[in-house]
Design a protein around this ligand. Structure first.
Ligand code: SF4
Length: 413
């Protein structure tokens, strides 16, 4: 069964394209301007410290996603394998390293620049995975660039004040290392300002995602995967805040007027795990045709933090960075999922078993079975990958999704 109604595009997307272009052109300029410094940072790393100290910040995971979305990862990964990086390890990392070794980047086609900006400093946090440490160290070793990292306690149940103090202390030490290395001084008022901007954008992003609570949902996970770019790449800037204010206005208008991302929505499902970037469009179309909205996801919510309400900015950064879903134990993750299922009135959950990202895959330790048994939530596990298309079978997956939606239909009868 396919839906006859026409999809109404989110108008803000046009503005997003211009923002992304300006962002990457500016980064490119920064890397060629001797008076500016570029730092690479992990997507949920301590980027506010870098911004407050005057660095232009670049996020390589976005490049990994772009390589996946442009369907070139599988051609580049063999270059990284040749350099000793397993094809079974993070395909963001291997495709990014492969792209550097091959001297090609989708940023050239997209924005007319040679590739990612050359870094002066590489900063990571292993709050998401250890792979980022190895990824950054590849560039550190190869190009002699300083690498600094924070290794917070992982897989936490309760997050205690001791955990926060430990991470905040590590951040303080990192600030001192940067001060010494680059002859800089941290302005802590500026840090508070950047954290306030960053958390404001995050909170607005959370409100944007919440518009999918409406019936019909104003946006889908696939829209979210596109519109999340500013909350990652432009965190700590007024630009990100302005963008989400206008996106929120547009989506709230949709809610008010009863306009859905999928006009004749029948079912609402949850997506857990990484997007399958090379197949985002095909999957979005499949769910559209099945009149099933992917209303919420763990992934898009990873950047929806609580707002900073004053106090020590490092404490806010430390707490946000370790309270992340990916950094929690199974019981905490299950409680979070249960809450999301309730808030978004979810009918079924899809788990993406991403071959090269065990860290952001939650189907490997009985979660789908537990939510079925304890929450009566139907679930489906899809085998695939975030970037490497070789681990994904389109025919098999589409058949499984159709069968899953039929199962939801059965339950409704
Ligand atoms: S969380 Fe997964 S996808 Fe992201 S960098 Fe780590 S291994 Fe790669």
């Amino acid at each position: 069964m396919t839906t006859a109604a026409k999809r109404i595009e989110i108008q803000s997307q046009k503005r997003l394209g211009a923002l992304m272009r300006a962002h990457f052109l500016d980064l490119d300029e920064a890397s060629r301007d001797p008076s500016r410094r570029v730092a690479w940072c992990t997507s949920v790393g301590p980027c506010e410290i870098l911004t407050a100290m005057g660095f232009d910040v670049y996020f390589p995971e976005n490049h990994g996603a772009l390589l996946g979305a442009r369907r070139v990862s599988h051609e580049l990964i063999p270059r990284a394998v040749g350099a000793g990086y397993s094809a079974e390890s993070c395909s963001y990392m291997t495709s990014d390293i492969g792209s550097t070794l091959a001297g090609v980047s989708p940023l050239t086609d997209a924005f007319g620049i040679a590739g990612p900006p050359k870094p002066d400093l590489l900063v990571y946090s292993t709050n998401q995975c250890r792979e980022v440490q190895d990824w950054w160290n590849f560039y550190g070793r190869r190009d002699g660039i300083p690498v600094m990292g924070i290794c917070p306690p992982g897989h936490l149940g309760e997050v205690t004040s001791e955990h926060v103090a430990f991470v905040s202390g590590r951040m303080q030490r990192m600030i001192e290392e940067i001060e010494n290395k680059f002859a800089l001084r941290m302005d802590y008022d500026r840090l508070s300002e950047v954290v306030a901007l960053s958390s404001r954008a995050s909170a607005l992003w959370g409100s944007v995602l919440d518009t999918a609570k409406a019936r019909p949902a104003a946006m889908t996970f696939f829209d979210g995967a596109i519109h999340m770019a500013p909350v990652i790449l432009m965190r700590g800037s007024q630009t990100a805040i302005d963008y989400y204010k206008s996106l929120l206005t547009e989506l709230s208008q949709r809610v008010e007027n009863g306009i859905g991302a999928i006009p004749d929505e029948r079912f609402r499902v949850y997506w857990d795990g990484m997007p399958i970037w090379p197949k985002v469009r095909e999957l979005a179309e499949k769910f559209y045709d099945l009149r099933t909205v992917v209303a919420a996801s763990t992934y898009c919510n990873s950047w929806a933090f609580d707002e900073f309400d004053g106090g020590d900015p490092l404490d806010w950064m430390a707490r946000s960075s370790i309270e992340l879903f990916i950094n929690r134990d199974e019981n905490t993750k299950q409680r979070f999922l249960a809450q999301m299922f309730d808030r978004f009135e979810i009918d079924g959950a899809i788990f993406h078993n991403a071959r090269t990202c065990p860290n952001n895959t939650n189907s490997r330790f009985g979660m789908p079975q537990r939510i079925r048994a304890e929450l009566d939530m139907p679930s489906l596990v899809i085998d695939g990958d975030l970037s490497d298309v070789r681990f994904f079978s389109t025919a098999q997956t589409m058949t499984n999704i159709e069968a899953f939606v039929e199962q939801l239909e059965e339950r409704q009868r």
